[in-house]
Design a protein around this ligand. Sequence first.
Ligand code: PXP
Length: 260
Amino acid sequence: MQKGSVGGSIRLGVNIDHVATIRNARGGGHPDPVRAAVTAAQAGADGITAHLREDRRHISDRDIDRLVAEMGLPLNLEMAATEEMLEIALRHKPHAVCLVPEKREELTTEGGLDAAAHHNHLSYYVERLASNGSRVSLFVEPSKVQFAVAVAMGAQVVELHTGAYCDAMSEGDLSRAADLLKRLEEGAAEASAMGLEVHAGHGLTFDTVGALARVPEVVELNIGHFLIGEAIFSGLESAIKRMRALMDQARAEISGNRTA
Ligand code: PXP
């Protein structure tokens, strides 16, 4: 089965932003996000995700230069739809670009893009990036309206925002978590039926990854903050290997159910 296919195996993209957050707390070069990317590859990651923010609070321009030059895995560049970021992405031609909403004051990406409201603005970026050879994805909430707009713009991929589900789980609000998970499951099926490749991410942990990896239409998960935090206790390689194993186990469960 092709890596990352509906109901088949599932890809893990490791987001290394917060290795750079720790480095930037002191300046200098340690810990090095590119070294983290190499370790992630050895531990079973299928790709590396990095978000180059307007304020450069973690990943820097030089990190992107080095990731493209030195790393063997495909790069998924997360970026806001601005002229500055477009110029950088066109120059580097990363394997994938994920367009995300970005607010200077937020701690992390707080919600999905409103692709419907910003259709005219975003479609220019989707078109420029896709014609330059990158796979373009839109980071959205699970909404049919957003999927329809993504298709109309020519985006090949949507990444579903799992933050609200993960927050509900960590707050112990299981009934809200179940509703949010159901919406993610339905959304993944709707997006896939509309011809979009479905990714998911934000806030995923060892406790929440299985539920998303069991959604057959989800072919890639992008995970960062939890893995970098967990690396403090068990090491990066071990944390990624455990995440990978949990994803593979969840996937094996659904393919077992399908053949049973
Ligand atoms: N996917 C997208 C589009 C994101 O913006 C982020 C956060 O940068 C992630 C996945 C990873 O989220 P987390 O760091 O919470 O695992």
